[in-house]
Design a protein around this ligand. Structure first.
Ligand SMILES: [Zn+2]
Ligand SMILES: [Zn+2]
Length: 351
């Protein structure tokens, strides 16, 4: 017997030993994988997301596939095994428990091994943190839509509602906190309560591109999240629309201009005397003084004309009034109706 090795389990001699056992006895005890007998799976009844290690993740899988995914995440493959193939098959469903038979094949110590494991996945249907925040009306930011020295126009309100609806439809695909928890119409304007601050910022930028205006943010400390160890802020994002509307008349550098339009970055003006078009940044909006509203534009008849001027009849007094023409004035014929605006007792011809 001297010099000979033998397997203490089966007694075979002259065998190479692994962990003190012959190959076949070693493989008998060997597990290709380790996997818990029972796994808990938390899913949200509202949005279908799945909880993993305390965090919630989006999921658009069916429950069975979520269970398979969870099983695979819990499986550890032995370092001694190679070419391992794992196939979980749903065996039965009892209430909230899904039972899987996991068929595993692989190679160990040069031989092929097939094994089966039974795993129970216990499904806990609950509500994720984001859905419960939504249900409770939680919000991180308030978009305050206001207009300077005037009320919001019906068109502005409609455009804002429409823009938010469209943008939220897109944003909510990536961010479940992108929702309006409340819309409050108050005498100063409209407040939109938004679940996510990040989404609220994007939404306000989008509104500004559509409606113009200037953005101001003011965060307020609301308390402290002890578990995350950070301060909790709620942010009020003010979008102030200008005191003028498109088509209104303003004085800029003492010259009368018509506001031909504006977007997120600039205000576009047309000089009423020279027809020159310029654009100015929003930070200069405060320098624009409204001198006439667009509904003050009047239609009048041209009673006579010289190369340098046209004569119209004053819309109220019917007295003749001369308006000087310039290089860029539109072509005009006598008897034609033209649009004019009166600013500081002076009439200006409009296109
Ligand atoms: Zn043996
Ligand atoms: Zn949810």
């Amino acid at each position: 017997m001297k010099g000979k090795t033998f397997c203490p389990r089966c007694g075979k001699t002259d065998e190479e030993l692994f962990n003190g056992l012959c190959r076949s006895c070693f493989v008998e005890d060997f597990n290709l994988i380790t996997v818990p007998d029972e796994i808990n799976l938390n899913t949200c009844t509202q949005c279908g997301s799945v909880q993993k290690k305390g965090r919630w993740y989006d999921s658009n899988l069916f429950l069975e596939d979520q269970a398979v995914e969870t099983i695979l995440e819990h499986i550890k493959v032995s370092e001694l095994a190679s070419d391992v193939n794992i196939v979980p098959e749903l065996e039965s469903i009892h209430g909230s428990i899904l039972e899987f038979l996991i068929k595993v094949t692989g190679h160990v110590l040069g031989g092929e091994v097939s094994q089966e494991f039974l795993v129970k996945v216990k499904v806990d249907k609950t509500v994720c943190s984001e859905c419960s925040k939504y249900a409770s009306g939680y919000y991180e930011a308030v978009i305050q839509l206001r207009a300077d020295d005037r009320s919001l126009s019906a068109e502005e309100i409609e455009a804002a509602d429409e823009d938010l609806r469209t943008r939220l439809g897109k944003l909510s695909q990536e961010n479940r906190m992108a929702y309006i928890s409340q819309r409050a119409q108050i005498k100063e304007g409209i407040d939109y309560y938004i679940g996510s601050y990040k989404a609220a910022r994007k939404l306000t930028e989008s509104l500004k591109n559509k409606l113009g205006g200037m953005i101001n943010e003011s965060p307020r400390l609301m308390g402290r999240d002890k578990s995350a160890g950070k301060d909790l802020y709620r942010v009020w994002i003010l979008l102030r629309l200008p005191h003028f509307l498109k088509g209104d008349f303003v004085k800029y550098n003492d010259l009368p201009n018509q506001v031909t339009g504006y977007d997120g970055s600039k205000i576009y003006l047309k000089d009423l005397e020279s027809s020159e078009r310029i654009s100015i940044p929003w930070k200069s909006a405060g320098k624009l003084e409204v001198v006439a509203r667009k509904d003050e534009v009047k239609s009048v008849l041209v009673s006579s004309k010289t190369p340098e001027s046209v004569q119209i009849l004053h819309p109220e007094t019917y007295q003749p009034v001369d308006i000087a023409l310039h290089q860029d004035s539109p072509p005009i014929t006598i008897g034609e109706e033209v649009k004019v605006v009166e600013i500081g007792n002076v009439f200006y011809l409009l296109d």
